[in-house]
Design a protein around this ligand. Structure first.
Ligand SMILES: Cc1cc2nc3c(=O)[nH]c(=O)nc-3n(C[C@H](O)[C@H](O)[C@H](O)COP(=O)(O)OP(=O)(O)OC[C@H]3O[C@@H](n4cnc5c(N)ncnc54)[C@H](O)[C@@H]3O)c2cc1C
Length: 385
């Protein structure tokens, strides 16, 4: 049986990054993935992904986003490849349902520059937006978007260059934990690891009861719509989030004529591993929801649908991340439940996982991500198969 310092189950957004941060320190690392990342089965395809720093909720997110941004820039330098486009991100809300005051205050405390804009300011600056007067925005000029598949691909190239091994197209179907070691089973082989990182994204439920994360996978749809105006082109139009009575949306400018990309953050059908994932267009609301909100707030961007795709969120009950050690086995680190906002952090989450598994402290206060915050945790089992 081959033996490694650390085995990583799930080499997607978080796992691949962790693999790089371990391998570059000379840690003998095996990454195992059911597909060949980057791939189109999990949560990281259909780029781009927003990166913004001014967060609500736990203050740790803002600090982590700042560190994540530094690590993305470092990755770009090492790869000599553009991964992060600083387009600015415009967060728009109906003031009857939300306010940015808390986020703006936290951002200022942590040195993140934001601008608060009223509806008139917004309409003057970005011509394509038709917003009612009771809308406002928080604009973050240093924010932008990440080419997510290229990011995973870059971490993969560097992890392999530093000596990590990757086993693609191989599902892990069993884990046996002992104090201070683990054995990971695939259909045809077994691997011994001194330590283990579990970053299984939308498939975490298949690892129960060895580890029971209260994570629910959800089918999400995104569409690219032809725009009738250069106002929406990259370089002129920012990334955006849009919080309205109709729901929560996010999107990106028209990059190279691909169309304006828009997705819905709330709602979505639950998906269970093993079930088919309905392709885009299977439900009327797949296109209808997106077109409806475009028609209302950005009518010149509600052209022909040029592409649609489906992807998976992994929702934790409170939409906060889970980054912790296994409740019985401290040499096993789990990172999941990224709840539709994890990609921007995947650089720093990889760094954090690499530190935790090597028994080092993280510079970030990750206590809000503890698994123990969920009551009623099923007792973990020593193995699963
Ligand atoms: C449509 C959409 C839009 C999004 N937009 C944004 C955004 O704008 N900004 C943002 O920050 N985030 C965004 N996100 C969220 C972000 O993409 C996810 O939070 C992030 O990709 C989750 O990373 P992960 O590593 O947990 O999952 P993945 O990247 O899917 O990796 C999990 C990996 O585990 C592997 N795996 C699972 N089980 C096993 C097993 N038993 N054996 C072997 N391998 C296994 C899978 O094959 C997969 O490769 C979006 C997500 C979606 C779907």
């Amino acid at each position: 049986m081959k033996s490694y310092d650390v085995i990583i189950v799930g080499a997607g957004s978080m796992g691949m990054s962790a693999g790089y941060y371990l391998a570059r320190r000379g840690v003998r690392t095996l990454l195992i993935d059911a597909f060949d990342p980057p791939h189109r089965e999990g949560s990281h395809h259909g780029e781009p992904r927003l990166i913004r720093h001014a967060y609500s909720g736990h203050a740790v997110y803002t600090g982590m986003a700042i560190r994540a941004h530094e690590l993305w820039n470092e990755l770009e330098e090492r790869m000599e490849r553009k991964l992060l486009i600083q387009s600015g991100v415009l967060n728009i809300t109906d003031t009857q349902i939300n306010s940015f005051d808390e986020r703006i205050a936290e951002a200022a405390k942590q040195g993140v520059h934001t601008e608060k804009l009223n509806a008139d300011d917004i309409r003057k600056r970005w011509k394509g937006l038709e917003l009612p007067n009771h809308f406002e925005a928080m604009y973050e000029p240093a924010a932008g978007y990440l080419c997510s598949e290229a990011c995973v691909d870059s971490y993969k190239a560097l992890a392999l260059a530093h000596g990590a091994e990757l086993l693609p197209h191989t599902a892990v179907c069993g884990i046996t934990a002992r104090r201070g070691s683990v054995v990971v089973h695939t259909r045809t082989a077994k691997f011994h690891g001194a330590k283990l990182i579990l970053t299984a994204g939308a498939w975490f439920s298949t690892l129960a009861p060895f580890i029971s994360l209260p994570v629910r996978a959800v089918r999400k749809t995104v569409g690219w719509f032809e725009t009738g105006s250069s106002d929406f082109h990259a370089g002129k139009f920012p990334g955006f989030t849009l919080h309205t009575q109709e729901g929560g949306y996010y999107g990106f400018p028209d990059i190279g004529g691909a169309g304006l990309k828009i997705g819905r953050h709330d709602t979505g059908l639950e998906w269970k591993p093993g079930e088919p994932l309905l392709p885009f267009g299977s439900l009327n609301e797949d296109e209808g929801d997106l077109r409806g909100v475009l028609g209302k707030y950005m009518p010149a961007a509600a052209g022909r649908l040029s592409k649609g795709t489906v992807c998976k969120y992994e929702m934790s009950p409170d939409e906060d991340f889970i980054i912790d050690r296994h409740p019985h086995y401290p040499h096993i680190v789990v990172a999941g439940g990224f709840s539709g906002h994890g990609f921007k952090f995947s650089s720093v989450v990889g760094e954090i996982c690499s530190q935790l598994v090597l028994d080092e402290a993280s510079q970030h206060d990750i206590r809000p991500f503890a698994l123990s915050r969920f009551a009623q945790q099923a007792s973990p089992a020593p193995s699963f198969a």
